[in-house]
Design a protein around this ligand. Structure first.
Ligand code: PMT
Length: 224
């Protein structure tokens, strides 16, 4: 059996959180460890793909045969992804990108005051949505959805609005799923209306399944 079925294909993966600075000391972030995205990058490379991994700040080693680009903010991730998106056959966006960032980034450390402090936030660019808008016809675009309620409804909304081929939905309230742990529980929703439920398993096994489906979708695109 040929298990190097991604030979000659370019795969772009994003992983980890982003950091949105408010001053030189403080930032906003989330609980992503990068494990899900790194597992996908590692498996794609072992299947023969040429893999670029764009990683937010994480404490993980670069998987073998993977080109890694480290970024910090959502904007840096956006620039790194957009630069490489057109040439990619498969893009998997497992990163937990900040939706908001502080409107003002102070050059000096803010001194504490006696009164309350509120930070005004502005929207970041939606990287995935941008990719969906400019998706080349032969490209497979896969997003994630981290939800704590109405998982199917919100995931299907992202599939449609961001012009994805597949969305991998995790219900982050389930034990063993989502942020930081070594396992995940996902439901994959495809553009063709099909739905695949992946019970609790390692992020490595989840990664293999996502990539198998990605290859199938890639083949369908080249046939039609
Ligand atoms: O890193 P781990 O600890 O292993 O955890 C894995 C995970 C929970 C982070 C991962 O499985 C996951 O669900 N990743 C997506 C988390 C997320 O940000 O979901 P979202 O529903 O907020 O975003 C939807 C999609 O849009 C994601 O593919 C995200 O990368 C993308 N997005 C979001 C905002 C933005 N500004 N740009 C984006 O591209």
């Amino acid at each position: 059996e040929d298990d190097r079925f991604l030979e000659g294909k370019k795969v772009l993966v994003t992983a980890g959180p982003t950091r949105e600075a408010v001053d030189p000391v403080r930032y906003f972030t989330n609980h992503s460890s990068g494990k899900m995205g790194f597992a996908i990058a590692e498996q794609a490379a072992s299947m023969g793909a040429e893999v670029t991994l764009i990683a937010g700040p994480v404490n993980l080693e670069t998987p073998p045969d993977v080109e890694r680009i480290d970024v910090s903010s959502a904007h840096e991730m956006y620039e790194a992804v957009i630069k490489r998106s057109a040439e990619s056959d498969i893009i998997v966006k497992a990163a937990a990108v900040a939706d908001y960032r502080p409107k003002t980034v102070y050059g000096q450390k803010l001194k504490k005051q006696n009164e309350e402090w509120s930070v005004e936030m502005e929207r970041t660019i939606d990287i995935l949505k941008t990719l969906g808008k400019r998706k080349p016809s032969g490209q497979v675009l896969i997003g994630f959805a981290a939800e704590s309620e109405r998982v199917e409804e919100f995931a299907l909304g992202k599939l449609e609005k961001k012009n994805l081929d597949m969305v991998c939905a995790n219900n982050i309230t389930q034990e063993g799923a989502g942020f930081s742990v070594d396992s995940n529980i996902l439901t994959l929703y495809k553009k063709d209306g099909s739905k695949i439920e992946l019970p609790l398993q390692s992020k490595k096994d989840v990664a293999i399944k996502i990539l198998h489906d990605a290859v199938k979708m890639l083949k369908e695109k080249t046939v039609t």
